[in-house]
Design a binder for this molecule. Structure first.
Ligand code: NAP
Length: 541
């Protein structure tokens, strides 16, 4: 079916990642004609693009999957504690095949604009192949981290070697063997890629702006007996995914870090460090709201870095000083140990900033580094970035970017919708709990809320839905107040937009807890969508 044959759909969905696939499945089941547009030539979303060496999820695989279908859960077997990118991509391809999703997905097609036509109560969606489609509803499954950030370094076009961004990695294997490689960036992507590249490269230079805390993942293959047990415990796994604040199987211990003696605390920190994974983050309940509590865990990780890294000067450069957890926590496999290798150099680019990319490498104010390959592990324009990449226009032709003043005035109701943009929904949008919950959990909750809403509107003969200004003002205010009470807002990070030059600072993740948030969404639905305006065509005309 070509794009110009699919006018007047019920729904257009953007993206065929975890969000778009499940949304499509539920829409089709409910009888809504739907088309998904996906820029990649396969399903997977971020897991399609993030093929960099070492790419792996840091949520345990038994929780990093859908829970809507027990049959699917019983059929799929994860091989290791933390799934690598190829395995997650295989899983999402399996899902697409099992639910026969591909026939309603148009690959290699990017949505470049979506304009709401008030007269027709339709979204006109423009595609990069020059065609357009129209639909009553427009749903974004673009996610929070799909717009890669390539900093505007002078001279990149003059570079004679190869360069790559971790978030747009090519399908072919990149050969680092014997090469002089530079990695810029030490967030989750850099921390995963650096140990793997170091093993292959002739020499690796890491250009670090901000040192990060990372915790050993201690990944291992799963024992088949363990997998059997998780399948028997499906109901409990589903409950943990859907009815806890993390959604990832971890339960935050409801005790302050300051209520234990230093010795007892250290004993616990050592234990969870040895176990690996995010157990450290959930060992006490006040790391993100109490500076002193945060110091206990930050000091502990700094002491580990000093123990692991042999060269004291390198170790000193690797010591973070922000509040642990206020940048996205990271799991690694041999990250700090990598700096003990002879072929690895760490360069502090906060102290000596990068001035330019040169034909032969990269120049900081301290001098030039000759490189054959540059890897940009420089992250994403998060949260609003994927939405602003398209020209989304609501009532009166106003763009989302204009309404949200470039990101400084984001106003949404529950992170699901925004006023003046009728029949537009965002899956894990700004001001929802999104990235601070296990993503499949957050996605399933949003998709199920949206599908219930669309079924309700159909049943009641409602043609358009949008939040009231009052409801979204109140929700946004609540989001800001909750965030202000935490340490998150004290740290420059992609959470706050500080990673992108010129981007307005705002904290767009709802921190009131996934359980509370889900309750609130359910209450809104049960009330007949309080906080939304529901209109019929008669009222619209
Ligand atoms: P990131 O956390 O934003 O890290 C980007 C890195 O690049 C930072 O070290 C940053 O330094 C540096 N950087 C950016 N611009 C720079 C510049 N102009 N000069 C020098 N350095 C620069 O990005 P990411 O590592 O891609 O991770 C983003 C998010 O994706 C993660 O937080 C996580 O949510 C998700 N992710 C998840 C997994 C997983 O396992 N589930 C894996 C990868 C990514 P500053 O810190 O100073 O800004």
């Amino acid at each position: 079916m070509s794009a110009n044959q699919v006018n007047n759909l019920d729904v257009v969905v953007l993206g065929a990642g975890f969000s778009g696939l499940y949304m499509l499945h539920r829409l089709r089941e409910a009888g809504f004609s739907t088309r998904v547009y996906e820029a990649g030539d396969g399903v997977g979303g971020v897991w399609y693009w993030n093929r960099y060496p070492g790419a792996r999820c840091d949520i345990e695989s038994i929780y990093y999957n859908y829970s809507f279908s027990e049959e699917l859960y019983q059929e799929w077997n994860w091989t290791s504690r933390y799934p690598d990118q190829p395995e997650i991509l295989r899983y999402l391809n399996y899902v697409a095949d099992k639910f026969d999703l591909r026939r309603d997905i148009q690959f290699k097609t990017r949505i470049i604009a979506a304009h709401y036509d008030e007269k027709m109560n339709l979204w006109n969606v423009k595609l990069n192949d020059g065609t357009s489609v129209s639909a009553k509803y427009f749903i974004s499954g673009a996610g929070c981290l799909s717009s890669a950030n390539l900093p505007n370094f002078k001279g990149l076009e003059s570079f004679k070697g190869e360069w790559y961004h971790t978030g747009k990695w090519p399908q072919e294997k990149v050969d680092f063997k014997g090469k002089r490689v530079g990695v810029i960036g030490t967030g989750s992507s850099g921390v995963q890629a650096i140990p793997v590249i170091a093993k292959e490269a002739g020499h690796l230079t890491v250009f670090q702006r901000t040192p990060q805390y990372t915790i050993p993942a201690r990944n291992h293959l799963y024992d088949p007996a363990f997998i059997k047990q998780t399948k028997e415990n499906f109901a409990e796994i589903k409950r943990l995914m859907r009815e806890t604040d993390t959604g990832n199987g971890l339960q935050i211990r409801n005790i302050s870090a300051l209520s234990d003696s230093p010795a007892k605390r250290r004993e616990l920190f050592e234990k969870v460090w040895e176990e690996g994974g995010f157990g450290l983050t959930s060992s006490y309940n006040d790391f993100l709201i109490n500076e002193e509590a945060n110091h206990t865990v930050s000091d502990f990780i700094r002491s580990k870095i000093k123990e692991i890294v042999h060269n004291p000067e390198t170790a000193a450069k690797l010591l973070p000083d922000y509040y642990f957890g206020t940048k996205r926590p990271i799991l690694d496999s041999g990250y700090y140990e990598t700096y003990n290798r002879e072929n690895v150099t760490l360069v502090d680019v906060k102290e000596a900033p990068i001035i330019e990319i040169t034909p032969n490498g990269l120049r900081t104010i301290d001098g030039e580094y000759e490189l054959d390959i540059i890897v940009f592990a420089t992250g994403y324009d998060g949260m609003t970035g994927p939405l602003f990449k398209m020209d989304i226009r609501g009532k009166g032709g106003m763009s989302l970017k204009e309404k949200w003043e470039g990101g400084s005035m984001v106003r949404s109701y529950l992170g699901l919708a925004t006023s003046d943009f009728p029949n537009f929904f965002m899956i894990t949008g700004p001001e929802s709990p999104s990235v601070l919950v296990n993503m499949p959990s957050a996605i399933e909750q949003h998709v199920e809320w949206i599908i219930d809403c669309l079924e309700y509107l159909r049943e009641k003969g409602v043609d358009a839905i949008e939040p009231t200004v009052e409801a979204e003002e109140a929700w946004s205010k609540h989001c800001r107040e909750v965030a202000e009470a935490t340490l998150y807002v004290k740290t420059e990070s992609w959470y706050t937009g500080a990673n992108i030059a010129g981007k307005p600072r705002s904290f767009l993740i709802y921190l009131g807890g996934f359980v509370h948030y889900t309750q609130k969404c359910n209450e809104v639905a049960a009330s007949g969508y309080n906080g939304f305006t529901l209109s019929t065509i008669k009222a619209l005309r």
